[in-house]
Design a protein around this ligand. Sequence first.
Ligand code: BJW
Length: 228
Amino acid sequence: MTNIRNIVVLTGAGISAESGIDTFRDAGGLWEQHRVEDVATPEGFARDPELVQRFYDARREAVRKVSPNAAHEALARLDAEWEGDLLIVTQNVDDLHERAGAKRVLHMHGELLSALCSRCEARHRWSAPLLGQPSCPGCGEQALRPDVVWFGEMPYEMDRIYAALHRADLFVSIGTSGAVYPAAGFVREARELGARTLELNLERGEGSYWFDESRQGKAGKLVPEWVS
Ligand code: BJW
């Protein structure tokens, strides 16, 4: 990777697919099994919190049973070895990047293993004792919810992401359909700021036009090839 020092990697559900985690928009994906407005909006949670908690309990259980795959491992190797700036911005709420050993990871859509107090906004590790004690350990209110970003909510750490995009020489998007903003807009932003842009995905995503190069295939093959 000649002349490249600062890298931003964006990952989506496709990177965890080969670990056995369902994506959202592929055939048989989560949005064929559930109505988005019921399980991934603040309004859905207000209407039926138990349904939403069951949806995230099942997702937590699914993630607990699987392991990182070759793509997560390759990114963890890159993280360990890359001396320039690297930020792995993941839209995923699973912890497979961390379990593979990556450190420079930012969860812009939150984390399955975290609980958010909708009253005081404190974030707590989602653990069995916390669930058994439904009040927020910080403010005492019974206002805990999954710490994930639903439609209409602001993703986490946008300032840090845009700062990294400004510095990036290379932007790489892995396993995302490019259907959800603001993440879907990062490629255009990065390119207009002068970064080279590379897409690694099973198929061309919605924003494929913006990439300098697009490689199609499974992340478990494409990512180790790119990192090596
Ligand atoms: C493989 C593979 C393999 C398979 N190898 N690849 C109109 C226009 C523009 C924007 C809007 C609009 N109307 C509303 C909006 C805003 C809205 C939005 O984007 N809506 C769209 C539907 C249009 N966005 C929001 O509301 C966001 N907030 C916001 O905009 O705040 C205001 C703001 C303004 C300005 C700046 C900043 C903020 C919040 C979005 C929250 C998304 N939440 C979810 C749920 C999170 C919690 C959870 O996990 O339950 O996030 S929805 C879901 O989609 C999840 C994902 O992170 C996200 C993206 O999905 P992803 O990862 O791309 O998965 P898929 O399934 O779509 O794609 C998988 C890809 O992998 C496919 O391409 C496969 O081919 C590929 N693949 N196997 C490689 N083995």
